[in-house]
Design a protein around this ligand. Structure first.
Ligand code: DAH
Length: 345
């Protein structure tokens, strides 16, 4: 019994000095381990005379409970302290200024494609992808430009083989779309993309962007073409933009027109950009030639259509006020940065 009282004292004394969970664990071993002090007195029960066994057993339990209670208390306290310390150390000061994250911007060439696509999709058009590597057949023959046709001269072509070439115009989408429309039903598509020509001088690049549009249906007229291009021009360049048709020639349309837009810089009064004419030539267009419809599997007696094509680079230059086409291709970061978050302005 005396031993038990002694142990109680040791418990109180030692437990008071505990500073860490490790030390606490050591004490657990000291008191309750295999050779621990409490375990030891518990073992003595065999030697205790029967009439005192009960009392002795209760005392042992008492000291064990005492140890466990203090142990739990200290353990909880130390664990809480540990967590608090950790939280304090890892605290983040959210009021500190952060490092500026550099983000890229959408390239004006992609931006103009996105704008044109949005505009036509809102009018019910599908966007189709053509191939940059094409065959002579789809780039020329099916667009009513047979071998030896003089129109081939104006589109100096990069031939890969006798048959394959880099497309010189996105009009190639016309022949593909008509052919792929198995039901020979109505068509309403645009096809934006890159085209290639053997040109490079100060004002021409061997690679540039075009967007082609094609509508085929019953009773489509030149008035539909004009209305469509008017919506296109006004939405892209402003409500006051006017559209003018001039007669022209393209092999794949009849009649063909050249489409001018009123100069968005001077509003039509005349300036250096429009060479004092008040107009800027922007698109080629016309009514789809019966031969092209026929080659695409459409009966020109039943169906009519219109088509138009324009240069994306020029559109981007007009829309974003870019003075030199080369800015679009040299990827000068200072220039590209000007397009940062432009759409949020
Ligand atoms: N493909 C022509 C070019 O590259 C542009 C064009 C003119 C497209 C008239 C058309 C069109 O669809 O009808 O110069």
């Amino acid at each position: 019994m005396e031993r038990i009282e002694e142990i109680k004292k040791v418990i109180e004394e030692k437990m008071n000095k505990v500073n860490s969970l490790e030390e606490l664990n050591d004490l657990k071993v000291l008191f309750l381990g295999k050779k621990g002090l409490i375990t030891e007195v518990q073992g003595m029960i065999k030697e205790i005379p029967n009439d005192s066994k009960k009392e002795f057993g209760m005392k042992v339990n008492e000291v064990r409970t005492l140890f466990n209670t203090i142990y739990e208390e200290i353990k909880n306290k130390l664990e809480e302290e540990k967590i608090n310390k950790k939280l304090k150390e890892e605290a983040i000061d959210i009021t500190l200024p952060s490092e500026k994250i550099e983000t890229g911007s959408i390239h004006p060439f992609n931006r103009i494609i996105m704008e044109v696509e949005d505009l036509f999709v809102s009018m019910g058009y599908d966007v189709v992808d053509g191939n940059e590597i094409e065959t002579d057949e789809y780039c020329f023959k099916r667009l009513n430009v047979p071998d030896g046709h003089p129109a081939r001269d104006s589109q100096d072509t990069f031939y890969i083989t006798e048959e394959y070439l880099l497309r010189t115009q996105t009009s190639t989408a016309q022949a593909h779309t008509m052919e792929e429309n198995k039901e020979k039903g109505p068509i309403r598509i645009i096809c934006p993309g890159k085209v290639y020509r053997r040109d490079d001088d100060a004002t021409h690049s061997h690679q540039f962007g075009q967007v082609e549009g094609l509508v085929v249906d019953k009773d489509i007229s030149l008035a539909d073409l004009k209305g469509t291009l008017e919506i296109f021009a006004k939405r892209l360049l402003g409500e006051n933009t006017k559209v003018r048709f001039r007669p022209s020639y393209f092999p794949f349309t009849e009649p063909s027109v050249e489409v001018d837009l009123s100069c968005f810089k001077c509003g039509g009064k005349g300036c250096a950009l429009c060479k004092q004419t008040g107009w800027i030539e922007v698109l080629g267009a016309g009514m789809v030639h019966p031969n092209v419809l026929r080659m695409g599997g459409y009966d020109p007696e039943v169906y009519t259509g219109f088509a138009f094509g324009t240069g994306l680079d020029r559109l981007a230059m007009f829309k974003y006020n870019i003075p030199d086409i080369r800015y679009l291709y040299t990827n000068d970061v200072r220039f590209l940065k000007e397009f940062d978050r432009k759409d949020e302005e």
